[in-house]
Design a protein around this ligand. Sequence first.
Ligand SMILES: [Zn+2]
Length: 141
Amino acid sequence: MNADERKALRDAADAAKGNGYVTLLPGILVRLLDALDAETARADRMERTHARDVHAYMVEKARADAAERTVDGLRSELAIQDVTLAVVIAEKDEARAALDRVRALHVKREYGHAEQTVCDRCDEPYPCATVRALDGSEVAR
Ligand SMILES: [Zn+2]
């Protein structure tokens, strides 16, 4: 029931009173009360719907916040692992460079006959103990 309808009912009630048609009043009052009841019920339904919507929103918001926290956690874990991986790669490259420097010192040199070779650094028959240790064919003591 809109404001115009309510005003029309009020006007009709006032006119009935002024004209002495008091018998119309109970019917008008019943219609007004029915309209008021309907409006109240509609307002209650809207309020319940709104409460449900708010609750659903809060539940979804909590889920979204939790998911965001999980993503943030994973992101920082990944960043830590990236740094760890970079350190491991740098250490591996450093170790590889050290091995290359050692191998560069212990190179084969021909000695006397063409079949005989010695280590240029150790003067031992090639491969020397250092080269054998690098190759894994000799364990250093
Ligand atoms: Zn050597």
